[in-house]
Design a protein around this ligand. Structure first.
Ligand code: G6P
Length: 428
């Protein structure tokens, strides 16, 4: 992963090299804290050791019993789904991957009607084993399988913590199961059993993903000038301090569209604390040049745009044409056009004084994705250290989970009472 901060200099809000130099002492101290947390397997920091501690053989062994399926359906939400989805939507496979995260009845019904249930592996993932959406969806999927005459116990893989409803269910039915590693919050679990089981089921090279993560680990250092991940974390932090409240993440590759979703959870849940944080916005280049870029360039000067691209792409030539005004496209390629759009967007933002950061990987493959996921996690942890927030908790999300559970009669939660107190100003 390579990071180029040039277009964040002398912008509004903006950085100067003097700002970065001053920040670098704090990066050194934060790096020591992070390295210490990793060495002691502290909660959260342990996620950054996954490239070394995750066991690919255990993952392969857990999925071994399922002959290459036609499809894999992940039932999970947030950190229990987005890492796996990022990998499966980035990498090609003849095993189709689907995610059931939301509890939208129309969507669930349509998905289940289309799936070849007899040849699908259901990958249920929940760290807590109690998330209402995941368990409800799983009950629906299980019933659909039974209705279709499929023995769900033969087609289900469970990934969960040591306790909770899902662990009990796996034990009761002797289902193949994987543990969620200790000390790893869901949004930091992409490089663990949570994110990698689907990759294994799809025939991807799990070891290469972890090797990419190790590349990322090795590039952590006590100076932002020596570490692309820390350069990204430090620059985004400093820009946020100066007013870049929104970070629009814009990969220039369809295959990385889900990466932006994964990033959004990582950034929002980890850093949105104590009135601080940076709102992640999801965009896709070049498509969103034609919808969102106007705002990013000419709207309120409270944004940073992160432009992400692979430097190698598939070669698809654009045929020559003698149509007036289009001849310039002929002989070029779709990738060449996309790269030109990427560079034009950077320049257009820079010309308007809007800070933007370039993040590049060599190509969209297992190794580069492992490095990218690790790099952004490390960037986020560094940002959290610099901002002094509790990066690895999500109390605001837990509040809503309790309120919903209380409403559904799943226990006595004071949070549910707040729902009754909703104010109204109705216009019918
Ligand atoms: O894995 P689970 O326990 O089911 O949790 C799934 C998700 O639930 C919550 O919304 C948390 O805020 C997320 O961080 C988590 O990823």
């Amino acid at each position: 992963m390579r990071v180029d901060l040039g277009n964040a200099l002398e912008t509004t809000p903006g950085l100067t090299t003097a700002t970065l130099d001053r920040l670098d002492d704090r990066v050194a101290a934060a790096h020591e804290r992070i390295a210490g947390g990793m060495a002691d397997d502290e909660f959260g920091y342990a996620a950054l050791t996954l490239p070394e501690t995750a066991d690919p053989d255990a993952i392969y062994a857990a999925v071994d019993g399922f002959d290459r399926p036609e499809a894999v359906l992940t039932v999970g939400i947030g950190g229990s789904a987005l890492g796996a989805a990022t990998l499966s939507n980035a990498l090609e496979s003849d095993v189709d991957a689907y995610v059931l995260d939301n509890v939208d009845p129309d969507d669930a019904r349509a998905l289940l009607a289309d799936l070849p249930l007899g040849d699908t592996v259901v990958n249920v993932v929940s760290k807590s084993g109690t998330t209402a959406e995941t368990l409800a969806n799983f009950l629906v999927v299980r019933e659909a399988m039974a209705d279709a005459g499929v023995d769900w116990t033969e087609r289900t893989l469970v990934t969960t913590g040591e306790e909770g409803n899902l662990r009990r269910l796996a034990d009761r039915h002797d289902l193949p199961s994987l543990p969620v590693p200790d000390g790893v919050p869901g949004r930091f679990s992409a490089l663990s059993t949570v994110g990698l089981a689907v990759a294994a089921l799809q025939g991807h090279d799990v070891e290469a993903v972890l090797a990419g993560g190790r590349d990322g680990m090795e590039s952590l250092a006590g100076s932002l000038y020596d570490s692309p991940a820390y350069a990204y974390g430090a620059a985004t932090y400093a820009l946020a301090q100066r007013g870049a409240r929104t970070n629009a993440v814009m990969p220039y590759a369809e295959s990385l569209e889900t990466f932006a979703e994964w990033f959004a959870q990582l950034w929002a849940e980890s850093l949105g604390k104590d009135g601080l944080g940076q709102t992640p916005a999801r965009a896709l280049g070049a498509t969103d040049q034609h919808s969102q870029l106007q705002l990013y360039r000419a709207g309120p000067p409270d944004k940073l745009v992160s432009l992400i691209r692979p430097t190698e792409r598939a070669e698809v030539g654009i045929p020559e044409t003698d149509l007036d005004g289009l001849a310039y496209l002929g002989g070029s390629s779709l990738g060449g056009l996309l790269d030109a759009e990427f560079e034009a967007t950077e320049a257009s933002l820079a010309a308007a004084g809007v800070p933007n950061v370039r993040v590049e990987i060599d190509r969209v493959d297992e190794r580069a994705l492992g490095e990218l996921l690790f790099g952004m996690e490390a960037a986020c942890v560094l940002y959290g250290e610099l901002a002094s927030v509790s990066t690895f908790t999500q109390p605001a999300v837990e509040w809503g989970k309790k309120a919903a559970r209380g409403l559904l009669g799943g226990g006595d939660f004071a949070e549910a009472e707040a729902v009754e107190q909703k104010r109204e100003l109705r216009i019918d």
